[in-house]
Design a protein. Structure first.
Length: 187
């Protein structure tokens, strides 16, 4: 099983290792906006990032809506960061078009084990607690693993717009995802 933990100094080296596994690819869900991932390995840069993320939870920073980022960890090895997931507490026009409420990324070595599926379920629980009735989830049309993860969470396709697919997940009342959190998948 996985858990979502708020970023901290103790897991920072593992988070950097997770970033390094992407080998320069886009870090969806890692909330590195405005920071060069190479510089985040410097203590003062990480501290600035961490302080921004703490403020971001209650008040939008740097033109972004309020949001929370969590690191995804395996309960059996809680110091090892498997990925990151980002919940935007509200939507603006840009997020409504192609960003959605949630962004996530799983380090390549942790993929294919149901990590994204379990983390998304936990994140959607947080979204429901925030009062979000319907969560918008967006994935690129050429990302079948993310599509499967969204569908397992109960996502209903609204439309495809350009290179993005837009799905809604109803959070009010009992949710009926097509798999249980933590179930192993082929994502």
């Amino acid at each position: 099983m996985v858990s979502l933990v708020l970023p901290d100094h103790s897991r920072w080296p593992s988070w950097i290792d997770a970033i390094d596994e992407f080998d320069g690819a886009v870090l969806h869900g890692f909330s590195t906006f405005g920071f060069d991932p190479l510089h985040l390995r410097l203590p003062d840069v990480f501290d600035r990032w961490l302080n921004r993320e703490i403020r971001q939870r209650t008040e939008g920073q740097d033109g972004f809506v309020p949001a929370t980022v969590w690191w995804i960890v395996d309960d059996a090895a809680p110091s090892h960061v498997l990925g990151s997931i980002h919940l935007r507490h509200e939507l603006n026009d840009v997020l409504l078009a192609d960003g959605g409420h949630v962004g996530y990324g799983i380090r390549p070595s942790a993929r294919g084990r149901g990590v994204a599926t379990a983390a998304l379920e936990l994140c959607l629980d947080h979204a429901q607690q925030q009062g979000i009735a319907n969560a918008l989830l967006v994935c690129e049309t050429d990302n079948p693993a993310s599509r499967r993860t969204i569908l397992k969470a109960g996502g209903v396709l609204e439309n495809t717009s350009g290179t993005f697919e837009r799905y809604w997940v109803a959070l009010n009342g009992p949710r009926n995802p097509s798999s249980e959190p933590g179930e192993r998948s082929s994502e």
